[in-house]
Design a protein around this ligand. Sequence first.
Ligand code: NAD
Length: 299
Amino acid sequence: MKIGFIGLGIMGKPMSKNLLKAGHELLVCDVNRAAVEELIAAGAKSAATPREIAQQVELVITMLPNSPEVKQVVLGHNGLIEGARPGAIIADMSSIAPLASREVAAKLAEKGVEMLDAPVSGGQPKAIDGTLSVMVGGKQEIFDRCLPVFKAMAASVVRVGEIGAGNVAKLANQVVVALNIAAVSEALVLAAKAGVEPELVYQAIRGGLAGSTVMDAKAPLMLDRKFNPGFRINLHIKDLANAMETGHQFGAPLPLTAAVMEIMQVLKIDDMGDADHGALVRYFEKQAKIELKRGPART
Ligand code: NAD
């Protein structure tokens, strides 16, 4: 199938490469020329604008930072809406505000263009392996048509409801991940400060009720001081802001999310906005005046 792909960043690049590997023809576009060149070297073709892409394909995938970029690429000048034919599909795999997905979909529907919101979870390693989890909102019939394409990038693809529902699921995911990283950070810093080797505490608790995918992904990186992204704190702040906005709109209080959001803001002010979200541990370390490391704890 000939597919358009816009947004070749940390996630979009490996996802689009997996589509090429699965035998799809790709037409790509990004404001970052180096990323476009890399995809051309891997076998894709490029187009100058989203509009040009939409003129040539029936399905366009977008993988952009947030709602403003998605609105720009889909609805803006030279955007997808200007080139898309009735019946075409836009699958936005970015994590954006659910109400923004609905707004964009409503504008596309006026031109007979279909939309799915299909954000992902799993981060860069699973984007590379093609084992992401995709949570999809939109019509069942459109979901069924896109499923084989999603499967080339993912191990799990679940339709959770109508348009916007995918991003509601993603916000729930981001709340769980943020709070979990904060809990792992607070607990391991407590262990180190109390003079117990944090790596052994991690080994002791990971198989019990406290264990989690987040703990297994992030605790080793914290112990090895690896904070290169991965998933940037700035992007997680964006997701938590979207979660809180959605919570306020629908009347769901998010007090724990608000607390972790403020910790992330402190790290952003401390120039760690582009670090991996595992760098949340740096906040707890600073308060306790200790750094995690492998080996015996030293206070
Ligand atoms: P990124 O910043 O690495 O990539 C975004 C890409 O979009 C960049 O290549 C940028 O040049 C391009 N872009 C921005 N504006 C554009 C425009 N107007 N036209 C064309 N290209 C444009 O971000 P990422 O980490 O790949 O994340 C993308 C989305 O996926 C975000 O919504 C993020 O929250 C979500 N996500 C990220 C991860 C992760 O671990 N990085 C995991 C799950 C979901």
